[in-house]
Design a protein around this ligand. Structure first.
Ligand code: NAD
Length: 476
C-alpha cells in the first residue's frame, strides 16, 4: 500500500481510511492509498514550517547543489516512474517518459536560479540613510495538482518554491498520486532534506491546505470552478494565490499557411495526452481557401492515432482518465451532432474486446458545429476538435476571443503582419506563431480572463515564490 510522505515519514492517514487507484485502461486496482484529511494536512504543514527554519537559511548555492543532485538521482528513475504514471493515468509510455523527464529537468532548471535572487539599493534623500529591497522566501506553500499532467504540474510549483527557499505541502489529484510519490521519494533519496516537500493524499486534503493557517501561498492547477472556490477560501486568510485554470485555445489557420506544419501542430495540440491538456488546440478556425486541404491532412493524422492501453507499444493514444470525463466529452460531441454538426472523423468508442474495460474514445473531428454548441462555449477536455470555416483574420480573431477563457492561442500564416496582429489581439497568456503548442521552461506561462492569473515557468514564476521587503539603514 502507498503512503503519504510527511517529514520523511511514510505514513497512513490519521483516520486510517484508504481508497483504490485504478488503471483507466483496464479498471484494475493499481494500489491502495491513504485517504488523508485535515489532521494529516496539519501534520504536513507543521513539518514544512519546521523544515522552513533550516531550508530557508541554507546558503543559496548549497540549495542549488542539493536540488541538482536530487534531480539527477530522480532522472535515473524515469523508466520506472513512467510505468507507474501510465498505469494510474492512462497516457502512453512515450508520453509518461517525456513527463517524468520533465519533472527532473524542471527541478534542475529552477535549482540554477536558487543563488540568483537579486535585491536593490535605493538612494534616499537623507544621505545618512540608505534603502535596500531584499527578496525573501514566503514560507510554507501549498501545491494542488490535477490528474492530466500530475508530474509536470507538480514540478511547476514545487521546483520554484523550494529553489527560492520555501517548503511545500503537495497534494496530487486523488486519482494520480503514485508517480508523484515516486518522484518525491527519488528526490529525498537523492538528498532533498526531509520536510522540505511533504505529500498528502486524498480529496479532502485540498480544502484543508487552502484553509491552513501556516500555509502562506497556494498554487493550484485545476478547473475554473475549482479556482473560484480556492480563491474564495484563500481570501479568508489572505493567502497569495496562483491559479492555472481551464482553457479553450483557438487556432487560426490562414490561406497562406504551411499546411503540413499546421496539421502536425493541431494534431499534437488536440490529441496528445488523449486531449486532456490545458494548453491545447480546442477550437479550430480555418480560412476558406485551405479548409478542405487541411481537413484531409487532419483526418489522415487522426487515423494514425490508434487508441490502446498506454503500456502497449503500438498504442498512440491512451484512454481517457475517468468514466465521468469520457461521459462529459461524449455529451459535448452529442450536443454538437444534435445541433447539426458533421462527424469528419471518429465520434464514438473504438470497438473490440481490448477496449471494453477502459475509458477509450476515438480521436474526433467535427465540422459545421453551429453557434451555441457546448464545444464553443465550454472547455473540451478530451480528444474532440470542432472546426469552423472563416472568411478572414478579422473573423478568426473575433471568434477566437469569443470565450470566457484566455490560456493559449495559435496562428498559422506566412504573413508576418497578420501574425503580429493576432499576437497583439488574441486574448491569451501565450500565442504560438507557426509553432507547436509547447510551453517552454524559459517563458512565463499563465492565463488571462477566467483561465487564471500568476505565472509558472520562467524567472517570473521563481520570483512569485519570493516576497520583497524594504529596509532602511540609518545613522550612516
Ligand atoms: P479539478 O479542479 O477538479 O482538480 C484540481 C485539483 O484541485 C485536484 O487535486 C483536486 O482534488 C483539487 N480540488 C478540488 N476542489 C478543491 C477545493 N475546493 N479546494 C482545494 N482543492 C480542490 O481539476 P481536474 O479535473 O483534476 O483537472 C482538469 C482541469 O485542470 C481542466 O479544467 C484543465 O484545463 C485544468 N488545467 C489547467 C492547467 C493550466 O496550467 N492552466 C493545466 C492543466 C490542467
Amino acid at each position: 500500500m502507498a503512503t503519504m510522505i510527511i517529514e520523511g515519514d511514510r505514513t497512513k492517514a490519521a483516520s486510517g481510511k484508504t481508497y483504490e487507484v485504478r488503471n483507466p485502461a483496464t479498471g484494475e486496482v493499481v494500489d491502495e492509498v491513504p485517504a488523508g484529511g485535515p489532521a494529516d494536512v496539519d501534520r504536513a504543514a507543521q513539518a514544512a514550517a519546521r523544515a522552513f527554519a533550516t531550508w530557508s537559511k541554507l546558503p543559496a548555492n548549497q540549495r542549488r547543489e542539493i536540488l541538482h543532485k536530487a534531480a539527477m538521482h530522480m532522472l535515473t528513475k524515469v523508466e520506472e516512474i513512467a510505468q507507474i504514471l501510465t498505469k494510474e493515468q492512462g497516457k502512453t509510455l512515450l508520453e509518461s517518459r517525456l513527463e517524468a523527464r520533465r519533472f527532473g529537468e524542471n527541478i534542475a532548471w529552477f535549482a540554477d536560479l536558487a543563488d540568483k535572487i537579486h535585491g536593490q539599493y535605493v538612494r534616499l534623500p537623507d544621505l545618512s540613510t540608505y534603502g535596500l529591497v531584499v527578496r525573501k522566501p514566503i514560507g510554507v506553500c501549498g501545491a494542488i495538482v490535477p490528474w492530466n499532467f500530475p508530474l509536470t504540474l507538480a514540478a511547476n510549483k514545487v521546483a520554484p518554491a523550494i529553489a527560492a527557499g520555501n517548503t511545500v505541502v503537495l497534494k496530487p489529484a486523488s486519482t494520480t498520486p503514485l508517480a508523484t510519490l515516486a518522484c518525491i521519494e527519488a528526490l529525498i533519496e537523492g538528498g532533498l532534506p526531509e520536510g522540505v516537500v511533504n505529500v498528502v493524499l486524498g480529496q479532502a486534503t485540498g480544502e484543508a491546505i487552502v484553509g491552513h493557517p501556516l500555509i502562506r501561498k497556494i498554487a493550484l492547477t485545476g478547473s475554473t470552478p475549482t479556482g473560484k472556490k480556492v480563491m474564495a477560501k484563500a481570501a479568508e486568510s489572505l493567502k497569495k494565490v496562483t491559479l492555472e485554470l481551464g482553457g479553450s485555445d483557438p487556432c487560426i489557420v490562414l490561406d497562406d499557411a504551411d499546411l503540413e506544419g499546421a496539421a502536425r501542430a493541431i494534431s499534437v495540440g488536440r490529441f496528445f495526452n488523449c486531449g486532456q491538456q490545458c494548453l491545447s488546440t480546442k477550437r479550430l478556425f480555418v480560412q476558406e481557401g485551405v479548409y478542405d486541404a487541411l481537413m484531409e491532412k487532419l483526418v489522415a493524422r487522426a487515423a494514425k492515432l490508434k487508441p490502446g492501453n498506454g503500456l502497449d507499444k503500438d498504442s498512440r493514444m491512451g484512454p481517457m482518465h475517468t468514466e465521468t470525463q469520457r461521459a462529459e466529452v461524449e455529451a459535448q460531441i452529442k450536443d454538437a451532432i444534435d445541433r447539426g454538426a458533421k462527424v469528419v472523423y471518429g465520434g464514438s468508442r473504438p470497438k473490440g474486446a481490448e477496449y471494453e474495460k477502459g475509458w477509450f474514445i476515438e480521436p474526433t473531428i467535427l465540422a459545421g458545429v453551429p453557434d451555441g454548441a457546448r464545444m464553443w462555449k465550454e472547455e473540451v477536455f478530451g480528444p474532440a476538435l470542432p472546426v469552423r470555416k472563416i472568411k478572414d483574420l478579422d473573423e478568426g480573431i473575433r471568434l477566437g476571443n469569443d470565450t470566457q477563457f484566455g490560456l493559449g492561442s495559435s496562428i498559422w500564416t506566412s504573413n508576418m503582419a497578420a501574425a503580429h496582429r493576432a499576437v497583439l489581439e488574441l486574448e491569451a497568456g501565450y500565442t504560438w506563431v507557426n509553432a507547436l503548442v509547447i510551453a517552454h521552461d524559459e517563458l512565463p506561462f499563465g492565463g488571462t480572463k477566467q483561465s487564471g492569473f500568476g505565472k509558472e515557468h520562467g524567472v517570473e514564476a521563481f520570483l512569485q515564490y519570493t516576497e520583497e521587503k524594504s529596509v532602511v539603514y540609518g545613522g550612516i
